[in-house]
Design a protein. Structure first.
Length: 266
């Protein structure tokens, strides 16, 4: 296992690529995060089952993926983890998204769900990078999926983790990353997340008995490219999203976040 001690926060640049919410997103990347969310919505819409299904959403956040799944006609169980770092009082009191059923419980163990009880699991918003014992959570996801069921997940990439370590001058730790089985990265706000290479993510899913369908970067287009294009032409957003969705897969390891789809064998 590879971890890095916390340090006094500095003014982050790479840290602004965290998740597009709150102060961490940075006003300088507002256009990129608008694009990022539009891409995430379109990717989810493409991935969701074509017929009405029972979907478990453990993403947390503000119900964006759960709401989209419900709007697509699915019965959605949305887990609200009261112990998850970063939750606010607003998260705890907000009303359920129409068409979703809120479940208060640990999004890492899912012990309150019986085996093979859902058709699909959505683990967006980097939730599996926040659960540092990711192997246990993936095993639980595999357990609650019905045979043939699928999971869509988003995690921090090793590219992002290494960039953050370099930005904060953790050179000794950075040199250990290529041989590390687990890479834990501290953020300036004191939280720690886990980063993955595409190989590590593929192995993690396979060990849980899940068949990997594909792994790709959440976005291939760089934040600087998106910011430049949208600054010149704000109406170019739909075209950029289409470009992203139709881009060749290329190198799985590129991008700040990795998106993966896997299936439980039938």
């Amino acid at each position: 296992m590879h971890s890095v001690p916390s340090a006094r926060p500095s003014e982050p640049t790479i840290a602004s690529l965290r998740d597009g919410s709150g102060a961490a997103s940075g006003e300088s990347l507002a256009r990129y995060w608008t694009f990022y969310r539009a891409v995430a919505d379109a990717q989810l819409a493409r991935w969701l089952p074509r017929r009405p299904s029972r979907v478990l959403d453990i993403s947390g956040g503000h119900g964006r993926s759960a709401g989209h799944a419900a709007a697509a006609g699915h019965a959605v169980l949305e887990v609200r983890d009261p112990d998850r770092a970063g939750r606010s009082a607003r998260d705890e009191t907000r009303r359920p998204v129409r068409g979703t059923i809120p479940l208060v419980g640990d999004s890492g163990t899912l012990s309150y769900l019986v085996d093979a009880s859902v058709d699909a699991v959505v683990a967006e918003n980097r939730v599996l990078s926040r659960h540092l014992a990711t192997e246990a959570t993936i095993a639980e996801i595999a357990r609650v999926l019905r045979p043939g069921g699928r999971v869509l997940l988003c995690v921090d990439s090793l590219t992002l983790g290494m960039a953050l370590l370099a930005e904060r001058n953790y050179w000794a730790h950075l040199s250990d990353v290529p041989s590390a089985e687990v890479v834990l990265v501290p953020w300036p706000d004191g939280t720690i997340t886990r980063s993955f290479s595409s190989h590590q993510l593929r192995e993690l899913l396979g060990d849980a008995g899940l068949e990997v369908e594909w792994i790709r970067p959440r976005t291939v287009l760089s934040p600087s490219t998106v910011e430049h294009v949208l600054a010149e032409s704000p109406r170019a957003l739909p075209r950029l999203v289409r470009t992203e969705l139709n881009a060749p897969q290329g190198d799985e390891s590129l991008g700040v976040h990795l998106l993966a789809s896997a299936r439980r064998a039938g």
